[in-house]
Design a protein. Structure first.
Length: 416
């Protein structure tokens, strides 16, 4: 039996060798012509010839320092591949998909983003791990120019002795000071603080503790206010050198257990409007050096309250240049639905304390932004994680954008 198997194996091997032209006879025939192999040819460059011209590899364009009013910056959180997030510069009115995206910047591990209103700079606070998805974590502030989206500088956070705030995207995880000279960056490890960066020298000036209080709402020329867990607000005043000068607190104006508010206000002409979970608007004046509480007013009529209309969503508040406040609203809201989103956008005149219009959404909405200018656009992240674009004044639907390489566009910034 063993011999039979061996014979079969040898026969099969011979057949295979023969089929590929590898038989011993073929090898002998090849070696018989070894004397006729051509000699190697040495190729030497002629130094007298001019060098080849440098080839162009496409067109590189620059963006304007002041972005057009129809542009937004889409914060692609990238929940499914968190090290590959990005900020996408997008034209909401461009009909040709190939021309909608004007550029993008990388953003790792749910990085935070803010634009400077007057400088040719944008800032991304992000994180990396030494071994990709593991190892020592590094927090880095990346500074980009607006026109070329080029990296200007990186500032490593290790010298602060803390870690940057890493959570769902927030408009006020970072903020530019009122005088435009300082950058405030929220930290949490879990002790709360913020770091002050000088925007002329691009150097860290200080890290200031804010026990029990988080986020960075710009206040006055060089102050930052933070929302506190006991329902109060802390204002920290810093000098031109970025060092702590004073602290002031607003008395608690909400109860985190019974009357919670959203930490996502719209700040209009220095006045911050904080909606509560059940539809009460709290007003905080941040135009001066220290924040001042200015009271509250109901966002809902008795009938609307009876139907349980409530503000809801992720990044669901914004404003237009005419001073209107926008929020996503859900009907029949309940305990625990504050982040679900809704079927309408309600627009308020916050000075008159009244609703001025409603915009029906063809798709469920979870986040929104409103562009600058006399003809503002409303862009809503819908439940399918696409972007629905509307005329913000008439409410007319314009188009849906779904082809920009974005999986989780949970926060949208109006372009500055």
């Amino acid at each position: 039996m063993k011999l039979t198997k061996l014979t079969f194996a040898i026969s099969a091997a011979a057949l295979l060798l023969g089929s590929y032209g590898c038989a011993p006879e073929a090898e002998q025939a090849d070696t018989s012509h070894a004397d006729h192999v051509a000699p190697a040819v040495e190729i030497v460059a002629d130094p007298s010839l001019p060098p080849l011209p440098i080839e162009t590899i496409g067109t590189v364009e620059t963006l304007p320092e002041r972005y057009p009013e129809s542009w937004v910056l889409v914060d692609e959180v990238s929940f499914f591949k968190m090290s590959a997030g990005k900020i996408i510069v997008l034209d909401l009115l461009e009909e040709k998909p190939a021309r909608r995206i004007k550029g993008m910047m990388d953003k790792s591990l749910i990085g935070n983003f803010v634009q400077h209103p007057t400088r040719n700079e944008q800032y991304i606070m992000e994180s990396f791990h030494e071994r990709g998805s593991r190892g020592k974590k590094f927090d880095v502030l990346a500074i980009y120019d607006k026109t070329g989206l080029n990296l200007i500088k990186e500032i490593f956070w290790e010298e602060t002795g803390t870690d940057r705030l890493q959570a769902l995207p927030e408009r006020y995880s970072m903020a530019i000071s009122g005088d435009g000279k300082l950058l405030f960056v929220a930290n949490f490890n879990p002790a709360a603080s913020f770091t002050v960066v000088d925007l002329d020298s691009h150097k860290i000036l200080s890290t200031i503790a804010t026990p029990g209080c988080v986020l960075t709402y710009p206040t006055g020329p060089r102050s930052v206010s933070s929302l506190c867990s006991n329902g109060s607000m802390l204002t920290t005043v810093v000098g031109s050198d970025g060092q702590l000068q004073s602290r002031q607190r607003i008395a608690p104006f909400f109860d985190t257990d019974t009357t919670p508010i959203f930490e996502r206000p719209a700040i209009i002409n220095g006045i911050a409007y904080f909606p509560s979970f059940t539809g009460t608007m709290h007003v905080v004046d941040m135009s001066g050096e220290v924040a001042q509480y200015r009271g509250s007013w109901p966002m809902l009529s008795e009938a609307e309250a009876a139907d349980n209309h409530r503000p809801s969503g992720l990044s669901f508040t914004d404003y237009d240049d005419q001073g209107h406040f926008y929020t996503i609203m859900q009907a029949d809201g309940a305990e625990g639905t504050q982040s679900h989103g809704g079927h309408q956008v309600w627009v308020y005149d916050p000075v008159a304390q009244r609703k001025v219009r409603e915009i029906d959404l063809p798709n469920w909405g979870i986040s929104l932004a409103v562009t600058r200018g006399d003809k503002p656009l409303l862009v809503v992240t819908n439940g399918e994680l696409q972007l629905d674009v509307f005329d913000a004044v008439s409410g007319e639907y314009i188009q849906t954008i779904s082809d920009i390489g974005s999986d989780t566009p949970l926060l949208i910034h109006k372009a500055l």
